[in-house]
Design a protein around this ligand. Structure first.
Ligand code: SF4
Length: 309
């Protein structure tokens, strides 16, 4: 499951600046894998995030993800021989300070207990160290990093998101790579992570005409790689699923019916106080000002670094 990106309340996100606009004519709606995943997990959570755009407090896990992603992106700016674990560790503090400048709210994480900052930075270094047990960046030359992708389907639904890394072999084979700073999920929940990757693979296929040869999830929480070889049939099924989710979102919007769907995801939800499943009452729906479908303009940044981009 994608963790929330660093909020950019009221600001134009990098995605909004570069993505095709939803005009209601040529583009009827837009959706990212994160928002699609939200709706699948809990329609009310989708509403809180995409319709109400309620702010969410930064979490140390999400901020760790942002900082680690930034280091892993910048690591490949260095000459290959310098992409060492020591250099990555050295890049951590500047990445944290850059995030503080961009999003001063993240300082709230440690304001009550500054002593927690050092252990947290140590946990970031541990995560970075694990990366080097899984890949040797001196032998890799990514084709693209933190790349914004979008594809307009025949249904006029725009799929969009950020891919952490694209590797392209000399003979044109494409590998889609995503870093996760958490642990790999139980097999029962793996499909959810793979949905995000298949979504990206579908976008690549639709825009570049190539089915990626491999989807690779790098779990830095427990040093595990999950690899998947997609086929056209997988991606067609993913397309049908995304369109079905989009249509369900439209029906929910028309009916004003955003049902809570309590489950394990509630443990990570910032909106329990407003959720009927926890005795709360959602705020009145805002007046529609933009397309109801993924109106925030946010795309999936997962644990990525859109906020630092
Ligand atoms: S607390 Fe659970 S049921 Fe309620 S909105 Fe959040 S995820 Fe949905």
């Amino acid at each position: 499951m994608a963790s929330p990106s660093i909020p950019t309340d009221g600001e134009t996100s990098p995605a909004e600046r570069v993505s095709t606009k939803v005009d209601g004519v040529n583009v009827l709606g837009a959706i990212s894998p994160s928002r699609a995943g939200d709706f699948i997990a809990c329609p009310l959570l989708y509403r809180f995030r995409a319709i109400d755009r309620l702010p969410e407090p930064p979490s140390s896990d999400a901020v760790r993800g942002t900082v680690v992603h930034k280091v892993l992106e910048d690591l490949f700016d260095l000459p290959a021989t310098e992409r060492t674990v020591e250099r990555a560790r050295d890049m951590l503090l500047p990445a944290w300070q850059a995030l503080l400048e961009l999003e001063p709210r993240v300082a709230e994480l440690f304001v009550d207990d500054e002593a927690r900052l050092d252990p947290w930075l140590t946990s970031c270094r541990r995560v970075l160290d694990r990366y080097f047990t899984l890949e040797d960046p001196t032998r890799l030359e990514p084709a693209e990093r933190e790349v914004y992708v979008e594809a307009l389907l025949e249904s006029k639904l725009l799929l969009r998101g950020f891919i952490d890394r694209l590797d392209v072999s000399p003979d044109g084979l494409v590998r889609v790579v995503d870093y996760k700073t958490g642990r790999s999920p139980d097999p029962a929940f793996e499909a959810k992570a793979l949905f995000q990757m298949k979504f990206y693979a579908l976008v690549i296929w639709r825009t570049r005409g190539v089915v990626p040869a491999m989807l690779q999830l790098i779990y830095l929480g427990n040093a595990e790689l999950v690899r998947y070889i997609p086929e056209e049939a997988d991606l067609l099924a993913t397309e049908r699923k995304v369109v079905a989710v989009w249509e369900a979102i439209k029906r929910a919007e028309e009916a004003g019916d955003w049902r809570p769907n309590p489950g394990r995801i509630c443990d990570w939800c910032s909106h329990q106080a407003l959720c009927p499943a926890f005795g709360g009452t959602p705020p009145p729906l805002p007046e529609p000002t933009r397309s109801p479908v993924d109106p925030s303009g946010e795309v999936d940044t997962d644990e990525g670094i859109a906020a630092l981009g």
